[in-house]
Design a protein around this ligand. Sequence first.
Ligand SMILES: Cc1ncc(C[n+]2csc(CCOP(=O)(O)OP(=O)(O)O)c2C)c(N)n1
Ligand SMILES: [Mg+2]
Length: 281
Amino acid sequence: MSLAPERKKHLDALCNKFRVDVLEALYGIQSGHPGGSLSVCEILTALYFEEMSVDAADPQKPDRDRLVLCKGHAAPMLYRVLAEKGFFPASEMKTLRRLNTRLQGHPSTTHTPGIDLSTGPLGTGLSAALGMALGLRLSGYKSKVYAILGDGDVNEGTVWEACMSATKFKADNLIAIHDWNRVQLDGRSNDIMPQGDMEAKFKAFGWRTLACDGHDLNALVDTIDKAKAYPDGRPVVILADTVKGKGVSFMEGQNTWHGKALGEADYKKAVAELSSSKAGE
Ligand SMILES: Cc1ncc(C[n+]2csc(CCOP(=O)(O)OP(=O)(O)O)c2C)c(N)n1
Ligand SMILES: [Mg+2]
């Protein structure tokens, strides 16, 4: 169901804050990945604040829903969302990527409460998410496993092997969300490896497909609700139309901001833009 207007306003404002806080942490450490973090902001917010059953007081709760960030380089946004959910203090963001931090450059199950799988090498997440989904089903839990894919991630052949297996094993508790910004590390996806008809490809592998605007919280919530509501023996993928670097004009759609440190002028400009944004007003 779509969000009540007040709730939508609140979550949009939170997203704006998450973007500012992530850029602050990346500026502070002078490394990390702004583009992919900004792209996945609403997807993670919709999942953790509206869809997933998780408990910060019991991060290992056996029947919790799971999240696998296959595009692990977007960890800063996941950390900021987990902090807001109460898994650790938001002030810890300033330790991002520093020596002995719990907030490593990529998600790590052994360092950070709330992280369900260590990721970073592209192409590995979906297979592990499938294993989790099958394990949860064997254990009799109704939990869902959400796997967030990226363009570079789905370039990897292992993703399509996982797709075949998920269909064979009828993993309808597995929901993939493709953060489909069509840009990756060093260029546009179609120049690096033509993507073809993404929807037809997933369908051909036996998956149910849905699509939505990946920055519209109402669209995301409606679409994730649909993905959850009708398990029919097929895994499901949501093709979420996103913009790499979303929210910062000079980063939007630019692969050059995939993993570049912000200079002082860039940082100030980005924060000024986000601060004057109408999000949540
Ligand atoms: C197997 C593997 N090869 C290369 C890399 C280096 N790498 C990190 S991110 C990235 C591009 C990711 O692009 P995409 O999945 O589209 O993410 P987003 O656009 O959301 O940032 C690459 C090639 C990696 N992490 N793993
Ligand atoms: Mg991409």
